[in-house]
Write a protein that binds this ligand. Structure first.
Ligand code: ADP
Ligand code: MG
Length: 341
């Protein structure tokens, strides 16, 4: 076994701290796509373009028509622990934005070649910063909004680069992240290109239409709308009928306050609601959004924020279970009622 080397305790430099953090925040190209999309949505964008090259490893360029960044703030966007989204513990406990850690862009910039081109509505022209928070801010051109261009992911951390899978696999993960986010935001248009080819383009529309576009017609023809509230909890979206169930769990989309999550408690609650109508080897399909007071849920559990913790998890479980079960029961009752004896 290697003998541990002993060195005096030293403060790590900023670049290395960011590269260590990048291991958690940016485990693969799709994680970059997720962070950039969340930033665009937090900036109020209604139109987002995602351009990928070589599965995102070569390039991820995301443009939005959001509020942009003022030139004097541009270095801060790339600085560690710098955010416009929270300023206090109270803000953190009530956070309504998708981001708040202020470390995504700094982490990405420590393991890739990054540039930000941005223009606010009141600026005469766009501005650009290249590289890191130490880069110079120079005049540029472009429309209102922001483009973040990330090239050559892990070019300076070859050990991490080795963990990347094939272009097709990395692309698949990126496309999945785009689908997840686009599914929750029919009020925003998304366009996705890979190696110059347009793969998806979804215009602003209603939830019903966006979910058919993304989940396909099988789901569209076999889904039950749900919209139930109880106290501070609201569950809305669609539960797929048993005929829309799948052999794999890849048709399950759950959002908490607009954030895609994969939460054991929620998956279990929905699964239990299907128990009477679905064989044990089938997976229900659904798009469900749980909205609640941000103070009742902790999203600060993991850097990728895919896990959440509820203040009262029993109440959430019961609510989701009953809401889904009731809507499934209501249709089977209607179906039976309308069947001639
Ligand atoms: P966080 O999202 O947690 O605040 P990030 O590192 O992702 O941290 O972004 C840092 C800051 O840069 C954000 O707080 C925001 O003010 C600004 N920013 C990032 N992306 C955009 C964007 N697309 N449009 C406008 N501002 C942005
Ligand atoms: Mg962010």
């Amino acid at each position: 076994a290697p003998v541990p080397t002993h060195r005096p305790i030293q403060q790590l430099n900023d670049q290395l701290i960011s590269q260590i953090a990048a291991g958690e925040v940016v485990e693969r190209p799709s994680a970059v796509v997720k962070e950039l999309l969340e930033n665009a949505l937090d900036a109020g964008a209604t139109q987002i373009t995602i351009r990928l090259e070589e599965g995102g490893v070569k390039r991820i360029a995301i443009s939005d028509n959001g509020r942009g960044i003022a030139p004097e703030q541009l270095p801060l966007a790339l600085a560690r622990h710098a955010t416009s989204k929270i300023a206090s513990l109270t803000d953190l406990e009530n956070v309504a934005t998708l981001g708040f850690r202020g470390e995504a862009l700094a982490s990405i910039a420590s393991v890739a070649a990054v540039s930000i081109t941005t223009r606010t509505a009141d600026a005469a022209h766009a501005w650009q910063i290249v590289g890191s928070h130490q880069g110079t801010v120079a005049p540029s051109s472009g429309p209102c909004g922001t483009t973040i261009d990330v090239q050559d992911l892990y070019f300076n951390t070859p050990a991490r680069r080795k963990f990347l899978k094939s272009e097709q696999t990395e692309y698949g993960h990126c496309a999945e992240v785009v689908r997840r986010i686009a599914l929750a935001r029919p009020d925003v248009s998304f366009s996705l290109t890979h190696n110059g080819r347009t793969i998806d383009h979804w215009n602003v529309c209603e939830m019903a239409r966006r979910s058919s576009q993304i989940l396909g017609n099988d789901f569209a023809e076999a889904r039950l709308p749900i919209d139930e509230s109880a106290g501070p909890l609201r569950l809305h979206g669609y539960a797929g009928l048993p005929t829309a169930s799948k052999a794999r769990a890849d048709g399950q989309f759950f959002y908490v306050n607009g954030r895609y999550v994969r939460d054991k408690l929620l998956v279990h609650a929905v699964r239990a609601a299907y128990q009477d109508v679905l064989h044990g080897d089938r997976f229900p399909s659904y798009v469900l959004a749980l909205d609640l007071d941000p103070a009742l849920v902790d999203v600060n559990v993991h850097p990728s924020k895919i896990e959440v913790r509820f203040r009262d998890s029993r109440a959430v479980h019961q609510f989701v279970f009953h809401a889904v079960q009731r809507s499934l029961a209501a249709t089977s009752a209607t179906a039976h009622g309308s069947t001639p004896a």
